[in-house]
Write a protein that binds this ligand. Structure first.
Ligand SMILES: Cc1cc2nc3c(=O)[nH]c(=O)nc-3n(C[C@H](O)[C@H](O)[C@H](O)COP(=O)(O)OP(=O)(O)OC[C@H]3O[C@@H](n4cnc5c(N)ncnc54)[C@H](O)[C@@H]3O)c2cc1C
Length: 480
């Protein structure tokens, strides 16, 4: 007994008459199952009873009014590239896909802002901004697949957080449909606001549990100057982490600082049919991107950073001489997750630990120890300057995918507990979703959980919006 209503043929007809028959899918199993899971994996799939694909804010409101009338669960969905099961309709009901709301409405050079609908592919926004001489800096590594609405709802991070911050820093304003169907507008084309509680910032990262984002005003940055990419190879992980701290301290204009280990480098270069320098000897790599206004400034920066890394124990530092070399290096970084999934289709991508930079060597040792103890092979990588590690875990031989689903959750739960002990958190950018909810609850005090719940109820007293995510199970509902 879930305490939620079920979608009857009459309710489906009501949805059709509110937003148009072409925007409602009901009883078409082949289509419905495409909306049953995200990139966390098919083993977590739960079929929705209906999928709605509204074309505008009014239609989103109309769906929420109908959902409220019958207490139907509604799971907002963007591109489904999430890794925490946040877009999985765990209680069935309606999946509300924002895929048809995909227009870039305005690029405003004076206010350095763009207004977009939530279904815009993140990379399309990046390209449109670049055409006008701006950078949209809030994008994740999944930029070519994810939607900007999903990025806002998960407070996505990525390869440039060390310089520009996460998506949160780039959201200036939102239009949001509340669970009641009312529309609120938060923030605007400005960068200062002490005008009451920041509901805008509360909405960012709320994983579709408080409202449905229907328009977004994003911050645009000036395009960076010239850039150069360095690949530093290490045989010692401690030396690598020390290098990161020293490069940050050196004041070099660093745009990115990414790390990947020997195993993830191997499977990815095998997949891409390429090789990295020192691959037979390196335990790990740092991929560093630096910025400079002029060629001489850039040269001075990479000389300084390269020397720093060598003095601190790098085996070699390679400077990408041209665009082709740079693109080849970033191609490896961008394909690490894909490489691991090709190596093992059941590889779990859900590791997203964050610890203070000083605790990264300890966390890496813990990942190693826990993985050996549990017989889990791991490819480790991450946005190391943010202390954000992504251990990607290969399914042990002989385990069924279902057994692995449970086993992987326990494995990550243990790592999350350790990261919290080191002063960190269980997710830096992928979010909590469905998969990390037990781990989240195990690390929050009862008082913190009560505050979370009170916030949820203030927005969504019927608990119809994305139930089963971020806060403990809804009243009167058994967690499926
Ligand atoms: C190869 C790969 C690399 C990745 N790299 C990164 C990375 O570098 N950094 C990073 O942060 N993530 C990364 N991710 C994870 C994922 O891409 C991000 O979490 C992304 O922000 C999810 O966007 P999406 O459009 O796919 O959202 P979805 O997965 O569809 O949804 C995510 C959440 O947003 C909610 N939501 C969606 N639309 C709305 C809306 N309009 N209003 C309210 N809530 C909404 C959903 O309910 C759900 O809770 C990666 C994933 C893959 C597969």
């Amino acid at each position: 007994m879930s305490g939620y209503g079920k979608i009857t043929p009459e309710i489906a007809a009501e949805l059709r008459s509110a937003i148009g028959a072409k925007n409602v899918v009901y009883e078409d199993r082949d289509v419905l199952e495409n909306y049953a899971c995200d990139t966390a994996g098919k083993i977590f799939a739960r079929d929705p009873e209906a999928v709605v694909r509204p074309e505008n804010t009014e239609q989103v409101s109309a769906v929420m009014r109908i959902a409220g009338k019958y207490r139907l669960p509604v799971t907002p969905r963007a591109a489904g590239s999430g890794l925490a099961g946040a877009a999985i309709p765990v209680f069935g009901g309606i999946v509300l896909s924002i895929e048809k709301m995909n227009r870039i409405l305005e690029i405003d050079p004076v206010n350095r802002a763009a207004i977009v609908e939530p279904g815009v592919v993140t990379n399309d926004l990046c390209k449109a901004a670049a055409e006008k001489g701006f950078l949209y800096a809030g994008y994740p590594m999944s930029t070519e697949t994810s939607f900007i609405g999903g990025n806002v709802a998960t407070n996505a991070g990525g390869g440039k957080v060390v310089r520009y911050g996460s998506t949160r820093r780039h959201v200036l304003g939102l239009e949001v449909v509340l669970p009641s169907g009312s529309v609120v507008r938060l923030g605007g084309k400005f960068r200062k606001d002490t005008w009451g509680y920041s509901l805008l910032q509360l909405m960012v990262g709320s994983e579709g549990t408080l409202g449905i984002v229907t328009k977004i005003i994003v911050n645009l940055e000036p395009l960076p100057g010239k850039t150069v990419n360095l690949l530093a190879a290490y045989s010692d992980l401690d030396a690598m982490v020390l290098s990161v701290a020293e490069v940050v301290k050196s004041g070099a204009k660093m745009i990115s600082c990414e790390f990947f280990d020997r195993f993830s480098a191997k499977v990815t270069t095998d997949y891409l049919g390429t090789r990295l320098p020192c691959q037979d000897r390196a335990e790990a790599y740092l991929l560093i991107q630096l910025e400079g206004e002029r060629e001489e400034e850039l040269e001075a920066a990479y000389e300084k950073v390269g020397t720093l890394c060598m003095n601190l124990g790098a085996m070699e530092v390679f400077v990408a001489e041209n665009r082709i070399d740079s693109a080849a290096l970033w191609n490896v970084r961008q394909n690490l997750a894909e490489g691991m999934r090709v190596y093992d289709p059941y590889c779990s991508l859900s590791g997203d630990l964050v610890v203070p930079l000083s605790a990264v060597p300890r966390m890496m040792k813990i990942i190693d120890e826990v993985s050996k103890k549990r017989n889990v092979r791991v490819g480790n990588m991450g946005h190391i300057a943010d202390g954000n590690l992504h251990p990607l875990a290969v399914k042990p031989n002989g385990m069924t995918p279902e057994e692995w689903g449970t086993y992987a959750e326990e494995y990550f739960q243990e790592l999350i507990t350790e990261s919290v002990k080191l002063g960190g958190v269980g997710s830096g950018e992928h979010g909590v979703g469905f998969l990390k909810l037990p781990a989240l609850l195990s690390t929050k005090t009862p008082e913190e959980q009560e505050i979370h719940r009170a916030v949820k109820l203030a927005f969504d007293p019927q608990e119809i919006l994305n139930p089963g995510k971020l806060i403990r199970r809804p009243r009167g509902a058994d967690m499926p």
